[in-house]
Design a protein around this ligand. Structure first.
Ligand code: FMN
Length: 323
């Protein structure tokens, strides 16, 4: 299958593994890229630019296929040294960067001068158009279903993707709620050039997370995610657990007076203990509604091969056959 995304990134299949904090290590990125998709290392999971340089080198040892690095621009009191991270990406010879969070505008000259293709992940048509206008090569359009930060507009992909298709000139992938061949074919039908998956890639053999995390995804249904931090206008879709229910209780009790410090015990710095140590009730970790569609733990290659062969069958048999 060839689309503008496979051509832009020089990959075999139009499937991207989105950056994921404490999931997107070299092992997963390399496995996805080796399977013909685009694997992405999560930049900020690496504590320093030097650590990121090592992770990039490790990934290069594990694959000779293209892979990317995610840079998430978060509102932080003491922001990470982004220019140093970008230098590590450029020096490491990485040619694809997935940006997310705030607009990457101020870093675009450095990235483009180094010949890097930038795909910006955003949750609205207006942010997608802004990304296009500042020179991003592609957009990852993240619907309300997505694991992580869906923004504050709450537009599901059934509406958001055709809206993006109507407005955008650069290629885009559908992100949020994508799990299988049906997701891919639907994304293409709605105007996208491929799909980006987060949660689905956590439940794979190569995802270097604790087994409890994978089992939690398998056990979850589409009813088991919650939206937290809405009162702080930093909404995150997470899998429910005791820690998450405590957050929601605090949000209910404190109302608009709530501050980040009130929920910090369940939110700040909990990722390593949840994703690495498997302490599943500790607090909030991003997870999509798509957990309801995930019932196995294949290798990345098995997953991607299955998606591509079933997509072909849906297009050739089910769709063509219905005409
Ligand atoms: C555990 C987890 C951590 C994530 N961390 C990040 C991150 O650090 N930066 C980012 O841009 N997106 C992050 N995401 C979002 C994913 O890249 C992707 O956009 C999202 O998972 C797509 O929705 P899906 O889970 O329904 O596939 C994360 C998602 C998950 C599930």
């Amino acid at each position: 299958m060839q689309t503008r995304i496979t051509e832009l990134f020089n990959i075999q299949h139009p499937i991207i593994q989105g950056g994921m904090h404490y999931v997107g290590f070299a092992e997963l990125a390399a496995a996805v890229s080796n399977a013909g998709g685009l694997g992405i290392i999560t930049g900020l999971t690496q504590k320093s630019a030097a650590d990121l340089a090592n992770e990039i080198a490790k990934c290069k040892d594990m694959t000779d296929k293209p892979f990317g690095v995610n840079l998430t621009f978060l509102p932080m009191l003491s922001p990470p040294d982004y220019p140093a991270y970008i230098k590590a990406i450029i020096d490491g010879g990485v040619k694809i960067v997935e940006t997310a969070g705030r607009s990457p505008e101020q870093y675009m000259p450095a990235l483009k001068d180094a010949g890097i293709n930038v795909i910006h992940k955003c949750t609205s048509v207006r942010h997608s158009l802004k990304a296009q206008s500042i020179g991003c090569d592609a957009v990852s359009v993240d619907g309300f279903e997505c694991g992580g930060h869906p923004g504050e507009d709450d537009i599901p992909n059934m509406i958001l993707l055709p809206r993006a298709a109507d407005e955008l000139e650069v290629p885009f992938v559908a992100s949020g709620g994508m799990a299988d061949a049906r997701s891919l074919v639907a994304s293409l039908a709605l105007g996208a050039d491929g799909m980006n998956m987060g949660t689905r890639f956590i439940a794979t053999e190569e995802a270097p997370v604790h087994e409890n995390v994978k089992q939690a995804i398998l056990k979850a249904s589409e009813l088991d995610t919650r939206l937290i931090m809405r009162p702080l206008r930093n909404t995150e879709r997470v899998l429910t657990n005791e820690g998450v229910e405590r957050i929601l209780e605090k949000e209910k009790t404190l109302g608009s007076d709530i501050k980040f410090e009130d929920i910090a015990p369940e939110v700040a710095g909990v990722y390593p203990r949840i994703l690495m140590e498997g302490e599943m009730d500790l607090g909030a970790w991003s997870c999509g509604m798509v957990a309801g569609l995930i019932n196995d733990i294949p290798s990345c290659k098995e997953l991607i091969d299955r998606i591509m062969s079933e997509a072909e069958s849906i297009i050739r048999n089910r769709l063509t056959g219905s005409l």
